[in-house]
Design a protein around this ligand. Structure first.
Ligand SMILES: C[S@@+](CC[C@H](N)C(=O)[O-])C[C@H]1O[C@@H](n2cnc3c(N)ncnc32)[C@H](O)[C@@H]1O
Length: 400
């Protein structure tokens, strides 16, 4: 039987858990708990210097605690949702606390500088369930689709994911087996398309099972055609919320030159292009061939936009890339990294909008901006992933 600990739970931390301490001071990262609770927790992992545990019995509940709507969100099951046991309002507070803590501990800001930014994670339209427009099921040895257990390769077969869009919940995926595939994915686009596709083992191209290969999305007043297997924000309200925020923070002026780095299919470029006008220039840099094709196809009417296929670091290594007024940085989870941040600041744009789905990587890059004499002057954060620990940040960075 798992070892049980009785713990008083302390603050929330990055990663979807709260921090507790044993009498000797040893740290325990506790999932399924809330700050201030007294819980009985089962140890799931022992490491040098810390333990991990799941709260399996709540002895003194927080007033923010609710029953998880999904049975798979309970301890030891699906690892996808970290905060189903908290009210929606409490989830926003937990995420706000995480962003603030990371900006101090990793970003190097003083607590009063973070206070001045007034960080507060904002909800997006729509409820905490039924929002997710892209779902990836892993497939177990019997071909049953499911999700991975937290910090494990084990696959928990599931019949319904309650945070998924209703069209994904109803798609004929979890009622059958999927032999000999690496995974199965479903997209429910804002334009009303539903596509099911499989990922073959060995990294070969996805195979469409049903629905269009390119799905219609609506964002920034345009209709888009996006490869079902390509990148698009998973919350239906996120594209507009993020694009509006980027435009508002950068306030592009007619004639300005903008780089949209890690530009994907061109969401931010499309939002910025009208503001810089035909005398301006928006340059997307993107490495995934499918996204490059999508950006060229979707933005063909915007003559001020060009799309450069390549790795951002390599492109910025070219000294001919000099003149720029504004930059959008929207890297993958790992962040832009020291070299890219250094290459961007060396071009002296008047501002950078940094869009991030990982606040720890964001805070690391903010620290590099600060070393280069820049400051984080505005931070907005959005609950683009309700019920999970994830949060989307948009920061405005400017020369100090
Ligand atoms: C978080 S997505 C953002 C896409 C886009 N800005 C949007 O909002 O739809 C990150 C994008 O960066 C691209 N990418 C990842 N690493 C890259 C690199 N080293 N150089 C250029 N693009 C990269 C990915 O293909 C992906 O399209």
């Amino acid at each position: 039987m798992d070892e049980l600990l009785e713990l008083t739970v302390g603050p929330v931390a990055h990663g979807g858990h709260c921090v507790a301490r044993l009498e000797g001071g040893q740290v325990v990262f506790v999932r399924h708990a809330l700050p201030g609770e007294r819980v009985r927790a089962a140890v799931t992992e022992r490491r040098r210097g810390y333990l991990r545990a799941d709260a399996v019995e709540v002895l003194e509940p927080s007033p923010d605690r609710v029953e998880e709507p999904c049975e798979y969100a309970k301890p030891g099951r699906c690892g996808g949702c970290d905060f189903q046991h908290a009210t929606p309002a409490a989830q926003l507070e937990l995420k706000t606390a995480v962003v603030r803590e990371l900006l101090v501990r990793i970003g190097g800001l003083r607590a009063d500088e973070v206070d001045e930014l007034g960080v507060g994670v904002e909800p997006l339209p729509g409820g905490p369930l039924g929002w997710r427009t892209r779902v990836q099921y892993a497939v177990d040895a019997q071909g049953r689709p499911g999700f991975r257990r937290h910090r494990s390769h084990d696959i928990i077969p599931i019949d319904r994911c309650l945070i998924a869009h209703p069209a994904i919940q109803d798609a004929p995926v979890t009622d059958r087996t999927w032999p000999r595939v690496g995974g199965v994915e479903v997209v429910a686009s804002s334009g009303g398309d539903v596509t099911i596709f499989t990922r073959p083992r060995g990294g070969r191209a996805p195979r469409i099972v049903s629905g269009p290969r390119q799905v219609r999305e609506r964002a920034v007043g345009r209709e888009w055609r996006i490869d079902a297997a390509g990148f698009w924000q998973v919350h239906p309200a996120a594209p507009d919320a993020l694009a509006d925020t980027v435009v508002e923070l950068l306030a592009p002026r007619p004639g300005e030159r903008v780089w949209d780095l890690y530009g994907g299919a061109g969401l931010f470029a499309a939002a910025i292009a009208p503001a810089v006008g035909e005398q301006g220039r928006v340059t997307i840099v993107e490495s995934a061939p499918g996204a490059v094709t999508a950006a060229r196809r979707n933005l063909a009417d915007l003559t001020q936009v060009r799309v450069v296929a390549g790795d951002v670091g390599t492109v910025l290594g070219n000294p001919r890339w000099r003149a720029v007024d504004l930059v959008v940085l929207d890297p993958p989870r790992a962040g832009a990294g020291r070299d890219v941040v250094t290459a961007v600041t060396a071009r002296h744009p008047r501002a950078v909008a940094y869009v991030s789905c990982d606040p720890a990587a964001f805070a690391r890059d903010v620290a590099t901006f600060r070393e280069r004499g820049w400051r984080l002057s505005v931070l907005r954060a959005f609950d683009a992933f309700p019920m999970t620990q994830h949060v989307e940040c948009v920061g405005l960075l400017q020369p100090a």
